[in-house]
Design a protein around this ligand. Structure first.
Ligand SMILES: [Ca+2]
Ligand SMILES: [Ca+2]
Ligand SMILES: [Ca+2]
Length: 275
């Protein structure tokens, strides 16, 4: 009898462990702070998103494309759709959730009480919208709109949210660019030690890749893109986790240097010649 209970207990523990280890199959941006994972560097209080899962489900095999193809749906408005990437956050309490467990990058304290992370839409293409279909529902369809990730996190006791991206067709380039900020941070005191600094912007693109060199995505290669290239100049840790410095490392060799500048300059010239 004892053996029977022992085996049953073992099975239950095993099933619970497997459940805890199960990761969401959909892609997510993972919200965090202290991107380099080390204390005492410039990014210790700076927000970021980990992009390791960005474009994972972009084709028949993982990471087939550097964009998400939108799929045709049964809906007549915005008939092309995709239910990822969502948002999640690094955490320091569940080592089994491997994608999100990183105590060095987790935000400290209670969401909406100690910090309030706002996801702000900096720019987006027309004919696209980003919809949170679960409660509390909201739609982002214009630049300048935003949502309070910490509010949903607090409400559900879970930082894991899904988004639906909906476009008018499956051919044209669609994009949405976000950045994160902590609404509790004092804008007049960027070094406020108790709150977080805004993230750099990050984008997700659909249907096709933007032109190399179109870094601040707007289908133009211009001064704003040059400023973006300058910001990351000579940085040498480009990887999937930062989407190769948001595509500034154009040839994805890990380094932002003259090769990337040459590609940028060529496309800038081509666009000027077409004008
Ligand atoms: Ca750091
Ligand atoms: Ca641009
Ligand atoms: Ca490069």
């Amino acid at each position: 009898m004892k053996l029977k209970y022992f085996i049953m207990s073992l099975v239950i523990v095993l099933l619970v462990s497997l459940y805890c280890m199960a990761e969401c199959p959909l892609d997510h941006f993972i919200i965090g702070v202290n991107q380099d994972g080390k204390e005492g560097t410039d990014d210790d209080r700076k927000l970021f998103v980990d992009c390791s899962q960005k474009y994972r489900d972009s084709g028949t095999i993982e990471y087939s494309n550097w964009f998400y193809p939108l799929n045709q749906s049964i809906f007549s408005s915005y008939p092309y759709r995709l239910g990822e990437p969502g948002f999640d956050a690094f955490q320091d309490f569940n080592p089994n959730a491997a994608y999100t467990y990183d105590p060095n990058k987790a935000l400290i304290g209670q969401p909406n009480i100690d910090y309030r992370i706002i996801v702000h839409c900096l720019s987006m293409s027309g004919n696209l919208r980003a919809v949170h279909k679960d409660f509390p529902q909201f739609t982002i369809d214009k630049s300048g709109q935003e949502f309070n990730h910490s509010d949903i996190h607090e409400l559900r006791g879970d930082s894991h949210i899904h988004m639906s991206y909906q476009g008018a067709d499956g051919k044209n380039l669609y994009w949405i660019t976000f950045y994160l900020y902590d609404e509790f941070a004092d804008v007049n005191n960027p070094d406020d030690p108790n709150h977080y600094q805004p993230s750099k912007s990050f984008s997700v693109v659909f249907n096709r890749e933007p032109l190399p060199g179109d870094l601040v995505i707007n289908e133009q290669v211009d001064q704003n893109d040059l400023a973006e290239l300058s910001y990351y100049w000579l940085k040498n840790k480009g990887s999937r986790s930062n989407d190769y410095y948001e595509r500034v490392d154009t040839n994805r060799d890990g380094i932002v240097n003259f090769i990337d500048y040459a590609i940028f300059a060529k496309n800038r010239e081509n666009i000027h010649n077409m004008e």
